[in-house]
Design a protein around this ligand. Sequence first.
Ligand code: IMP
Ligand code: MG
Length: 172
Amino acid sequence: MKIRKVLYSKEEIDKRVRELADIISRDYQGGELIVIGVLKGAFVFVADLIRCLSIPCVVDFVRVASYGSATVSSEKIEFKKDVEMDIKGKDVLIVEDIVDTGLTISFLAEKFKERSPNSLKVCAFLDKKHRRKIAFDADYVGFTVGEEFVVGYGIDFNEMDRFLPDVCVIEE
Ligand code: IMP
Ligand code: MG
């Protein structure tokens, strides 16, 4: 049977998201931010994060496809949906749900750098830093997690469980 164990409760998440938003607001004080959310997993985090910012921002989304099974991140990555705005000269913050092997975020960072933003940073809700296949350090991290598979707060397992307000670990 599938049991879900709460790893981070809604209350813990809310507190951490407010902390992150405060740090980001301070770092970009006086400026304007382009927040680029990575669909689908980051949609809940983006929605919460931007509402806690005290600086103006515009929001766009990308969607990438990586080929492989649900639990194993694979090597081949491409855009399924690109941003719809010009990021040249702008301060861009990519917002991801999880940085795992680092392949997805490295792909995105590389693609966006080619478009000459004024600055480019990454905010990851969860960081599985021990699973990297490619070195990558996010500028802002919500929580550092282990190797366990997590769901909830926008994050899915085969499209299920995104609606859960807590971040949970699936145990068989
Ligand atoms: P990677 O960093 O390219 O390996 O892939 C990161 C993406 O893999 C994340 O944005 C998630 O979509 C997915 N992913 C990695 N770990 C998990 C997990 O524990 N639960 C759900 N999706 C995950
Ligand atoms: Mg994702």
